[in-house]
Design a binder for this molecule. Structure first.
Ligand SMILES: *[C@@H]1O[C@H](CO)[C@@H](O)[C@H](O)[C@H]1NC(C)=O
Ligand SMILES: *[C@@H]1O[C@H](CO)[C@@H](O)[C@H](O)[C@H]1NC(C)=O
Ligand SMILES: *[C@@H]1O[C@H](CO)[C@@H](O)[C@H](O)[C@H]1NC(C)=O
Ligand SMILES: *[C@@H]1O[C@H](CO)[C@@H](O)[C@H](O)[C@H]1NC(C)=O
Ligand SMILES: *[C@@H]1O[C@H](CO)[C@@H](O)[C@H](O)[C@H]1NC(C)=O
Length: 511
């Protein structure tokens, strides 16, 4: 026998491969589209990115380097044969060290081919590519890099010009919209600390890896004394010893200076643009899923909800296409980020109502494909929607409309936020408020492809419908402006993305 890690058992691997058959239609086999199917890989591949209000860096936090980090570690268990028989002695091999993780704007990279930009926004992009190169797994023709942990600070200082307006650089922000900001510097990046993955042994001697990241946005905090009244986030990973899946445990707490925070676990495309980005990044999705044929499987256990404004996304899916249906090409004036999110916090209400059509999509598509206009008050399923808002650069919207926040993305964005409802339950999504919430952990098999093909997204009249190819699939929470000290806590495991084995068309656009 060659050297192998003790984890996962072969039987578990076979079980996982079988899953494809069970989920498939009689004629079509589904396969995993990601580098770490079902999170069963014994090795750790985790990246971390922190975003300011418009998904950039702005300024790095003091002594923290660029907010792109990675924990990539292989579990190495060679068999040692001696007079007593065979024993496996395990070691951890780290691919990314502290000097890699601490690289900041202007620093030279240890390898050639990466530019040491002094602009913190540009440097972060380069650092992500560099970390990706260290973590890259070449176990097939489509290499992959890491799961991505995304942190975002919702503070926005309107006195700065850090964020464009629908992609347009503006010299002064003039808006009636209100955003939290305690004063100069409120858009800061976090202090991030790292527990590098280490070996852990279970009682039955099974060896696996475990590690984590944690930190705060409050730059004067001393976390060695506990989180106190400061904002706090943590993400840790360890193996579920009975299934072999990673268990990602997350926690997020607001503070008075940081009332709006986001923490997601993302499956991002391994190349091209990810949802919300206008530059190339790294990830784990090797084969981009396209509506209507793909599914997402995951186990979610919400332990604390994060208060009434915690928009907990059972799934947030992100992509990018232009209003004429063309794929995005990096031109922030015409590219539009498209998001759809299923919010499972039962405290989240429907802003889309018969007396508030401005927050509804122009029409709903029923499971049988029938269009129901939002003014058909006896039939439109208002309670299936939290809100809809249209892209700031759309030219032919139907009245009445609401425009999505023009500042919180590098380009215009469109949002379709949905709520548990029987309309979506036909695709395996929660049917009613409270499903999958605290005390109701579940393993979901979501027909995301079918659901997302039914959603309304804006397009210019007469243009060819965009291909809905999704480059980011995220789970986590956006604690929207909330009192200090609200906490959300949850675990994610078994995450997988399943796509038909035989995709007849290829996609040339960038996502
Ligand atoms: C960290 O890793 C980089 C790239 O692999 C290498 O060039 C550098 O010498 C390492 N630094 C330390 C302190 O081990
Ligand atoms: C922005 O500028 C105004 C006017 O100078 C000032 O009152 C306000 O405090 C500033 N806001 C921040 C966040 O610095
Ligand atoms: C980091 O390690 C410390 C010490 O072992 C532990 O108390 C803490 O829970 C860990 N945090 C994370 C997020 O991994
Ligand atoms: C491990 O997975 C099993 C089967 O899904 C589940 O019952 C158990 O709660 C999981 N263990 C942990 C620690 O999450
Ligand atoms: C309802 O909306 C549709 C589409 O916008 C429109 O054609 C129709 O006239 C509206 N009906 C009423 C009764 O307002």
């Amino acid at each position: 026998m060659g050297s192998t890690s003790s984890w996962p058992p072969l039987s578990k691997i076979l079980f996982l491969l079988n899953l494809g058959y069970h989920l498939a239609h009689a004629s079509e086999k589904y396969i995993s589209a990601i580098g770490d199917p079902g999170m069963k890989n014994p090795n750790v591949r985790v990246g971390l990115e922190a975003w300011n209000f418009c998904n950039e860096v702005g300024a790095e936090a003091p002594k923290m380097g660029s907010p792109r980090l990675a924990d990539c570690a292989d579990l190495y268990c060679p068999l040692i044969v001696d007079s007593l028989g065979c024993t496996a002695k395990c070691e951890v091999h780290h691919k990314v060290n502290e000097s890699d993780n601490s690289l900041g704007a202007g620093n030279e990279f240890p390898e050639t081919g990466f530019k040491p930009y002094t602009d913190p926004d540009l440097f972060a992009v380069e650092k992500e590519l560099y970390l990706g190169s260290l973590c890259e797994v070449q176990d097939s023709s489509n290499p992959w890099h890491f799961w991505m942990i995304m942190l975002k600070n919702g503070n926005f200082d309107k006195n700065t010009t850090l964020c464009p307006e629908n992609g347009n650089k503006v010299s002064k922000i003039i808006t009636g919209r209100n955003f939290p900001c305690f004063g100069e510097g409120c858009m800061n990046q976090p202090l991030v600390y790292h527990n590098y993955s280490t070996l852990v042994s279970s009682e039955d001697q099974t060896v696996s890896l475990a590690g984590g990241f944690y930190g705060t946005y409050d730059l004067d905090a001393d976390l060695s004394k506990g989180a106190g009244k400061n904002s706090y986030f943590s993400i840790s990973w360890k193996k579920n010893l009975s299934t072999g899946s990673w268990i990602f445990s997350q926690r997020l707490t607001t503070s008075s200076k940081y009332p709006w925070l986001m923490l997601y676990l993302r499956a991002d495309a391994t190349e091209g643009f990810n949802g919300g980005y206008h530059y190339c990044s790294r990830g784990i999705i090797r084969k981009l899923p396209e509506s209507p044929n793909f599914k997402v499987k995951l186990t979610l256990d919400v332990k604390q909800g994060g208060g009434a404004n915690s928009q907990f996304y059972l799934l947030d899916i992100g992509s990018c296409w232009k209003n004429n249906g063309d794929p995005c090409d990096g031109n922030v004036l015409t590219d539009v980020t498209r998001y759809s999110e299923m919010i499972i916090n039962p405290a989240t209400t429907s802003w889309c109502r018969p007396d508030n059509l401005v927050s509804c999509p122009p029409y709903h598509v029923s499971p049988t494909g029938e269009k129901i206009y939002r003014n058909e008050t006896s039939r439109f399923p208002y309670s299936a929607y939290h809100l809809y808002c249209s892209p700031g650069n759309a030219k032919y919207r139907e009245e009445p409309y609401d425009i999505c926040d023009p500042y919180s993305n590098p380009q215009a964005q469109e949002l379709v936020q949905i709520l548990p409802h029987s309309e979506w339950a036909v695709h395996g999504y929660p049917e009613k408020k409270g499903d999958g919430w605290i005390g109701d952990p579940r393993t979901w098999v979501l027909d995301v492809g079918a659901l997302s093909s039914r959603l309304y997204f804006y397009q210019d009249p007469g243009t060819k419908p965009a291909r809905r190819v999704w480059s980011s699939l995220n789970v986590g929470t956006e604690i929207y402006v909330s009192p200090a000290g609200v906490t959300a806590e949850w675990t994610v495991s078994d995450f997988d993305v399943l796509v038909p084995e035989h995709v007849t068309t290829s996609y040339d656009g960038f996502y």
